[in-house]
Structures are given as C-alpha cells and as structure tokens.
Design a protein around this ligand. Sequence first.
Ligand code: ATP
Ligand code: MG
Length: 141
Amino acid sequence: MEMTFSIIKPDGVRRNLVGSILGMMESAGLRIVTTKMIHMSRREAEQFYAVHKERPFFGELVEFMCSGPVVVSALEAPNAVVKYRELMGATDPKKADKGTIRAVHALSIGENTVHGSDSKENAAIELGFFFSGTELVNRAG
Ligand code: ATP
Ligand code: MG
C-alpha cells in the first residue's frame, strides 16, 4: 500500500466540484484516508511550491493557490502516486487524456483544478506539510 497527497485547487472548490472530484478518486480505487478544507496563507503556498521558485509562473501560482479555500487529502492505493497522476491527467488540460480530472474540469494550465505528488518521497513530504500522523484515520488494514 502507498499513500499520495492531493489538493483540489481554488478553481475546483470555487466551482462546487469537490464532491465530483472526490468521487472520481474513489471510483478510481483511491481510498480517502483523510480530507479537509483549508485556506493557505501566502507563506504556506510559497513553501509548498518552493521547488518552482525560479520558474516564471511562480508568483502567479502562489497568488492562485492562496486565492481561496482548497481541499487537501491523503489518498491510499497500491501505486497511489502513479495511479493518481494518471487520474489527474497532464498539467495542461488541452493535453490531458479523455476522462481525466483535468480533461473534464480544468480551465487552463494555471487553473488546473488538482495537484498530486510526483514521487513517493514528495508524497511523504507533502503529507507531512499538511497532516499529522493522527489525522490519517482511514488507512486500510
Ligand atoms: P502539480 O504540481 O500542481 O500537481 P504538475 O506536477 O502537473 O502539477 P508542475 O510542473 O509541478 O505540474 O507545475 C506546478 C503547477 O504550476 C501546475 O499544476 C500549474 O498549476 C502551474 N504551472 C505549471 N506550468 C505553468 C505555466 N507554464 N504557466 C502557468 N502555470 C504553470
Ligand atoms: Mg508538480
């Protein structure tokens, strides 16, 4: 079993897509271990996306991620990291495979509705950033 970390970004929450997106995760076999709605501060968004701080879109990304509430979740499945990346689809929704969350819901490369960890190592770091161990209440087994 493996865990990954997901964010339903502000554009998803703003458009009342939380239930649909959590439903797509569950239908794909990802177990919701825990979930909560938060409103990130600018500092938290800067810290969370620190790997992108030299990229030209960093300011825009941070601004967007703290523009409204988001839903953060821990998801569990065999191969959860890859499984959730596949369910999300490509960063640019125009390039995302049919039926993926981004193909169905994303508005643009910036407002692309969801985040998912890109490796097991980053999943552990990102889960630790938003959740304490005692919040991971719905693990299988
Ligand atoms: P995420 O990390 O959010 O799951 P990702 O791993 O598919 O997405 P990254 O390359 O890590 O993509 O980029 C992080 C986020 O930065 C993207 O989800 C997107 O919102 C934003 N981003 C990436 N490239 C661009 C761009 N060219 N212009 C604007 N925003 C961008
Ligand atoms: Mg990424």
